[in-house]
Every structure is written in C-alpha cells, then in structure tokens.
Write a protein that binds this ligand. Structure first.
Ligand code: GN1
Ligand code: MG
Length: 366
C-alpha cells in the first residue's frame, strides 16, 4: 500500500520522507488518507484521496469542476480580505499541470491541502449546527454568480428524486439478490408518497424555481470545523457541485444533522427530526440567502428535508436490493438499516411540515 503513496508523492514532486499514512473515515464513496511527510525536520500533512471510479465515471471531468469552483471561491475570499484562505478553501495539487494522477494500477488519485487544527463531525449540538449552516450558506452564496453552464454534470440526474424512486421500483421488481421481500412494507409506503417526489421538477417546469449552482452533498461532515473556535472552515467533498435546487442543499444538511439519531441508527424509535436543530441550522444558513432566492424556494425549504430523506431512503434501499455496489457498507444489512432510518426520518419530517414552515419564515427576508 505504502508503495502507492510513495508513487504519488513522487509524481506530485512532494519533498520529504513518508512518515505515516492515516486512513480517514470520511464519506461513503471515496477513500481518504492523511499523509504525513518529514520536510527538513518538520511534519507536513497532505490529504490524498482515491476517487471512486464506479461512482464518478469520468474523474477528469469532476476534477475540472472542483478546480473551477475552488478558484472561484478563493477569488471571492481574497476580495473579502479573508486572512485565513488556506483553511477556508481546499486546493488541489498539480503535477505536469494535471490535478488527477492515474497510478500504474489504473487508480485515480488526487492530492489536496490538509486543513490544520480542524475536524469533521457526525453529531452536532445547536451551536455547531449554526456554524455548519453558516459554512454551507457562505459557500453557496459565494457560488451564486458562478456560471452553472461551465460545470459538467458529474452524476447525471443526481437529485432527480422521481427517477431515484423509479430505480427502486425497478430493482424491487427485478430482485437480483432475492432481498425484495424484506422491504415490501417500505416499498408500499414509498409508492404512497411517490406523488411528492416530482415536486421540485414540477415547480421548475412551471418556471417557479431556478437551477442554481449547489453543493448537492451537504452532509455536516462535509465541512471542516476549527477544533478550538468551532468556526466553519473549508467546505469539502466538492465532486457533486453542479446545477441543482437550493432546497436540496438545505434539506440534505438538515436530514443528516438534525436527526436525533445517526444516519444508520438501527433502532428507528430513536429517529426523529429535532426542530431545535432545524432552527439552529436555518439560523446559520438562511441569512446568506437573503436577496438571493425566490419566495417559492424559501417556502419549499422544509420540503427539501422531506424529499432528501425520502431520496436517501430510496437510494440506500436500491443499493441493498442491488447487492451493495454503490455505498461502502460495514455489515451485510447496512444499507437496509440506513434506508429504514431515513424513511423513519422522512415520516417524522412530513408530520412536522408546519413547524418547519413557521421556523423558516423567521430567518429570511426575501
Ligand atoms: C454519499 O461521500 P459522502 O458520504 O459524502 C453520497 C451522498 C449521500 C451520502 C449519504 C456521490 O456522500 O449523495 O447523501 O453518501 N455521495 C454520492 O450519507 O453519491
Ligand atoms: Mg460525498
């Protein structure tokens, strides 16, 4: 394994002796490592990441997107006179003018700056959530003048919720792993809420909401937090930055961070939407949207929570039916457990639609 890291260090011309490689438990898709090098007696850390080629079919194109987005954000931070740019936006290292490195084994790797004195979290209190909201809000606001047409669609139809439902129903019919019977109740329920799945597509087709440049994977652990001050730093995991609906960014963040349980909680009686945490995230996020969104978008933020929870449930269950080929899993029923957990959350969020509406209105001026 170390050989690969040495090969990559050489390719990027990184100086120094390799001291240590630490795998970071970050995300369900790519493999991420902190690589420490001894450079003239000082330890310098880098972030190495192997890009999941099954999920991202054209790694060269995602890297172009990430390059363009990070350059744009860096320029904005410079204009704002931000003193700590290195920790507020990641940078991709280059070799021979390329950011992606293909190893001798045909693996796709990239090297990024390591954000010092920072961590990512999976569980949040209200203060942390406000910070997460600010971090994502600031990031999306900085992208509001980024030309979406310049971005490649790294995963086509990524948040096309009705298509995700269709894929589940198809996998259920085909049942290639013989697991369909286990989720018949869930599928029945999902058929009953299918009518909601195309809500955003319909609003878009009616010209009531626009596509904007969005992050599309606003899990709370996709933002670095300063370990001393709790301040939000760089937004990471930029592979799915593409045109999308702002409500999905809002909703996905709430789905992950305002759940009273973790994303893969097996005991669904512990799962619910914590409205205090919803409020904390909204407080951090929504002020950045002032003057940037339409009234229909703001009114639909709570629907983002419902639809993202449903969509994730559908995606996890589909992967379970297909034999766990997409998301990394830690045990055989992991995707089933995740799918049930997200479904329980969606059901609770549906019940709390009015409460979410009341909170959202308070934090934004159009
Ligand atoms: C994946 O890589 P990670 O863990 O940040 C997935 C997201 C899901 C998330 C669920 C490219 O994100 O869409 O919301 O898992 N990313 C991709 O935890 O599919
Ligand atoms: Mg991701």
């Amino acid at each position: 394994m170390d050989n690969i890291f040495i090969e990559i260090c050489k390719a990027y011309g990184l100086k120094g002796e390799l001291i240590e490689v630490i795998p970071l438990k970050r995300g369900h898709i790519n493999n991420t490592y902190r690589v420490d090098l001894d450079q003239d007696g000082k330890t310098k850390s880098y972030l190495f990441q192997r890009v999941n080629h099954y999920v991202f079919k054209k790694p060269e194109l995602i890297i172009k997107n990430v390059q363009a987005v990070t350059s744009h954000v860096r320029r904005k931070l410079e204009e704002m006179g931000e003193p700590d740019i290195k920790r507020k936006v990641i940078r991709l290292y280059k070799h021979n003018d390329k950011s992606l490195y293909v190893t001798k084994n045909g693996e796709y790797w990239r090297v990024m700056t390591f954000v010092y004195n920072a961590a990512t979290y999976d569980v949040f209190d209200n203060d942390m959530l406000r910070a997460v909201g600010k971090g994502f809000g600031r990031f999306i606001a900085m992208l509001s003048d980024f030309p979406g047409g310049d971005l490649y669609e790294t995963i086509p139809n990524f948040h096309n919720t009705p298509l995700r439902f269709d894929a589940l129903f198809r996998a259920y019919r085909e049942d290639i792993k013989g697991r369909a019977a286990e989720i018949s109740e869930e599928v029945e329920y999902l058929r009953s809420v299918y009518k909601h799945a195309s809500r955003f597509n319909d609003l878009y087709n009616q010209g009531l909401i626009p596509l904007r440049v969005t992050h599309n994977d606003t899990k709370g652990n996709n933002i670095m937090i300063d370990v001393d001050t709790g301040e939000p730093l760089a937004v990471i995991d930029l592979d799915t930055v593409m045109p999308g609906f702002t409500m999905n960014d809002f909703g996905d963040a709430v789905r992950f961070a305002a759940n009273t349980a973790v994303e893969d909680e097996p005991d669904i009686t512990k799962v619910s939407l914590d409205l205090e945490r919803y409020k904390a995230f909204a407080e951090g996020f929504l002020p950045y949207m002032t003057g940037k969104l339409t009234e229909t978008e703001i009114k639909n933020m709570p629907w983002g929570v419902i639809l993202m929870s449903l969509e994730l449930s559908v995606r996890f269950l589909t992967d379970y039916l297909e034999g766990d080929v997409y998301f990394k899993t830690e045990y055989p029923t992991h995707n089933l457990v995740r799918g049930r957990c997200q479904l329980a959350l969606a059901k609770d969020a549906l019940k709390k639609l009015n409460d979410m509406d009341n909170i959202t209105e308070k934090y934004i001026e159009i």
